[in-house]
Design a binder for this molecule. Structure first.
Ligand SMILES: Cc1cc2nc3c(=O)[nH]c(=O)nc-3n(C[C@H](O)[C@H](O)[C@H](O)COP(=O)(O)OP(=O)(O)OC[C@H]3O[C@@H](n4cnc5c(N)ncnc54)[C@H](O)[C@@H]3O)c2cc1C
Length: 465
């Protein structure tokens, strides 16, 4: 008889773990609290009929470049990546935009005086992405397969975004880098914030920032479909309140965060391990809005229509002020806004001639403040008349996000702060293992952290096997 394993939670990490276990010959059942699998990688009609919105993740450089996902035949299971002509646009108050071109040579040309500096920073990792990605998307204390590449990355990336950005001559390039680094949810003068800026930039050139045709759900569907070829099952609408409800498994992997693990596995964990889990710190949250639009967003800088992702925040200093406020438990007056406009490139997202947009800003964990007008003021700053194009909107406060996915604790979409301490000890020094021999944790609260790449699930399952 084959051994039996179960996975609690069907986010990308839960599904990755389930696939690794099934590939190894275990009989695997997945239990998911929500009526559909996918966690923060789901799409649904959140506004009007015919408008498909990504509830969570929208743009997927790390999924398209994930060493594990790339090893799976996901295309045969319906996954099709769409690339916009440019990955990213960053409009400025003078009515122009800095556009990040996907091809590194084109980006160097477009960035003018800073082109060579940009290329020098990014090229080694862009050219060696297939060696760099497995090393950067794994626990930090492990010995890298390409040490010279990681040392080189560490030299530039360990620094704050502010220090890295000092290399650029133009305020336009500094603004572009601030937007990339702000994906870290760190203050831009904190150590490691530069690493996020670098990783986002490198992935834009090495992989692109694609969207799945038909919505993020297509990625989840492809993973579920491949998993089912091994006979794996996914039981939806099955919230696990206690692991005592799952007695018949040789191995249990939990795609949950430390707070939930304490609740559902409490009696199986040692007191010292429980203490370590209680010290885990969650990160800032997001305030998110999905839009059904009557027409494309009326950007002042028309070149913003070439990019699926648009960063709205203006200069480096403006974005730094927004992120420092959020990191210190305050709400920015002019919050940095990340916006995606998938229907410009994927006709399956909206009725003919209509459009969707997805936008969020960073707020303190558990924030109850309504940020809608501040968020829309930032869109209007670069696209006057935006509000008139809105047919319907759906707002998610941090609590609203957590209602949709219990892992989004207080609205934290990264599974916990990613500062130096939690880069090394995530969620504890044991990483995926717990104090119980047959119980592992595999969510984004483990290395390498947030983002859709499945590498937390992959490494956890390998550790368990
Ligand atoms: C608004 C938003 C925007 C984002 N944008 C991007 C983006 O553009 N690109 C990107 O790469 N990443 C993005 N992310 C982050 C990314 O989606 C997450 O990092 C990723 O989904 C984490 O995967 P996971 O498997 O660890 O957890 P999740 O995807 O959160 O999945 C956890 C699953 O476990 C289930 N669960 C929890 N507790 C239980 C229980 N007790 N019993 C049964 N089931 C349970 C939940 O219902 C959920 O389905 C975004 C996230 C959000 C919310």
């Amino acid at each position: 008889m084959s051994r039996r394993a179960c996975v609690v939670g069907s986010g990308p990490n839960g599904l990755a773990a389930a696939i690794v276990l099934a590939q190894a010959g275990l009989a695997v059942d997945v239990f998911e609290a929500q009526p559909t699998p996918g966690g923060a990688v789901r799409s649904m009609e959140l506004t009007l009929p015919g408008f498909v919105h990504d509830f969570g993740s929208a743009v997927h450089p790390l999924a398209a470049g994930s060493p594990f996902f790339c090893s799976l035949p996901l295309r045969d299971h319906g996954l099709d990546w769409i690339h916009s002509p440019a990955p990213l646009a960053h409009p400025l108050d003078d009515g122009t935009a800095v556009v990040l071109e996907r091809d590194l040579h084109d980006a160097e040309t477009a960035l003018g005086a800073d082109g060579k500096i940009w290329g020098g920073l990014m090229r080694p990792f862009v050219e060696h992405w297939s060696q760099f990605a497995p090393d950067v998307l794994r626990p930090v204390p492990s010995i890298p397969k390409r040490p010279w590449l990681m040392v080189r990355f560490g030299i530039s990336a360990f620094l704050s975004a502010k220090t890295v950005a000092r290399r650029f001559r133009s305020a336009r390039t500094r603004a572009l880098f601030a937007g990339l680094a702000a994906h870290s949810f760190l203050s831009l003068d904190e150590l490691l914030s530069g690493a996020f800026g670098m990783l986002m930039g490198v992935s834009a050139h090495a992989v692109g920032w694609p969207i799945p045709r038909g919505g993020s759900q297509s990625l989840t569907q492809a993973l579920c479909s491949y998993f089912s070829t091994f006979g794996g099952t996914i039981k939806t609408s099955s919230r696990i309140e206690s692991l005592t409800a799952l007695p018949n498994y040789d191995l249990t992997l939990c795609d949950v965060t430390p707070k939930q693990l304490l609740r559902i596995a409490g009696q199986r964990l040692s007191e010292s391990y429980k203490r370590q889990l209680k010290n885990f710190r969650y990160g800032p949250a997001v305030f998110k809005v999905d839009y059904a639009l009557n027409e494309p967003i009326p950007w002042k800088a028309r070149e913003c229509l070439r990019a699926v992702t648009v960063h709205l925040g203006g200069t480096f200093e403006d974005i730094a002020a927004s992120e420092t406020a959020m990191r210190n438990g305050r709400h920015a007056d002019r919050p940095f806004v990340l916006l995606a406009q998938p229907s410009l490139f994927d006709p399956l997202r909206a009725p003919v001639g209509k459009h969707t947009a997805w936008a969020y800003c960073h707020v303190p964990n558990g924030s109850k403040l309504d940020m809608l007008s501040k968020l829309e003021d930032q869109i209007e700053r670069f696209a006057p008349g935006f509000r008139e194009t809105v047919l319907e909107r759906r707002v998610f406060s941090p609590a609203g996000l957590e209602d949709m996915d219990a892992n989004l604790v207080g609205g934290d979409i990264g599974g916990g702060v990613m500062d130096l301490r939690q880069l090394l000890f995530r969620p504890t020094w044991r990483h995926y293992a717990t104090s119980a021999r047959d119980l592992y944790i595999c969510s984004s609260s483990t290395p390498p952290g947030g983002g859709v790449h499945g590498m937390c699930g992959y490494h956890a399952a390998r550790a368990a096997l």
